[in-house]
Design a protein around this ligand. Structure first.
Ligand SMILES: [Zn+2]
Length: 273
């Protein structure tokens, strides 16, 4: 059974209003290149039968699904809508991009007095950021649920240590100095629980770096369904900075930075308190 979500899962405000119905969403797929595939995958996994609405929080403006899909539904969705192609071709470019981001994060992340400095890439796919971190001297780990991506990653990046599974499958309290999750938190069923797991894995003062679409950005297309980041059930929550700040503060990341970005994407640097 999909779980009803009444209040805002990010800032906990009790009231949300309808942003778009499921039938509005399905109708908008007529105009999208990825529309036919998304329509089909939504039906195949059973989410279309539940017809969840997209709700906007009246306090923080974040948008999320009114029913949280089950793990089974999401598993079936990803099985029928796979985006494996091109990942390996883009690997070099993605390592280079992660390297750029890691220049700053490398300076900010704490250094242990002895022993290895550990990095974990979350929702890593083939592990391009973990590979970049490894080149900065981190002991690099990656966690990814898709076994195909893990197999490819292991072949490409033999120095990265992969865990096939979810974040909660990664062992070790206070083991990591830097966590990296690019375009992950919008996919998770319970973002608060996700942050709790991140906090558990980090050393005190350790850093969580994330990227996610920015629902409150001034360049976001005003009609919600014109925005390409709207894609239920793949994206479950679309955050504003206000919603993200509230969630981080409530889950042990009171100290954080959400620097300005030219595109409707958010960059998050948060310290474990
Ligand atoms: Zn809210």
């Amino acid at each position: 059974m999909a779980t009803p979500q009444i209040s805002c899962p990010l800032c906990q405000h009790p009231d949300r209003s309808l942003a778009a119905s499921w039938s509005d969403w399905e109708a908008s797929l007529d105009h999208r290149e990825d529309g036919p595939m998304r329509l089909e995958a939504g039906k195949a996994c059973g989410v279309a039968d539940d017809a969840p609405d997209l709700m906007e929080c009246e306090a923080c403006g974040s948008v999320g699904m009114s029913l949280i899909p089950t793990r089974d539904q999401l598993g079936q969705f990803y099985a029928s809508y796979h985006m494996t192609g091109g990942f390996v071709d883009k690997a070099k470019k993605k390592v280079a991009r992660a390297r750029k981001r890691l220049r700053l994060l490398n300076l900010l992340a704490p250094r242990p007095k002895d022993g290895p400095r550990r990095f974990l890439e979350i929702g890593a796919s083939i592990g391009t950021a973990a590979e970049a971190a490894q080149r900065f001297g981190f002991e690099a780990h990656a966690v990814e649920i898709d076994s195909d991506a893990v197999t490819r990653g292991k072949g490409l990046f033999p120095k990265v240590s992969f865990t096939e599974g979810r974040l909660e499958d990664v062992d070790g309290e206070g083991r990591f100095h830097l966590l990296y999750g690019a375009e992950v938190i919008e996919h998770v069923r319970d973002p608060g629980a996700f942050l709790d797991h991140c906090r558990r894995l980090l050393v005190p003062g350790g850093i969580l770096y994330m990227t996610t679409p920015d629902c409150g950005h001034r360049l976001r297309p005003k009609p919600l369904l014109d925005w390409h980041s709207v894609k239920p059930p793949e994206h479950i929550n679309l955050f504003t900075k206000k919603g993200m700040a509230a969630l981080l503060s409530a889950h042990g990341f009171a100290r954080h930075m959400l620097p300005p970005h030219t595109k409707p994407g958010m960059r998050i640097i948060a310290w474990r308190g």
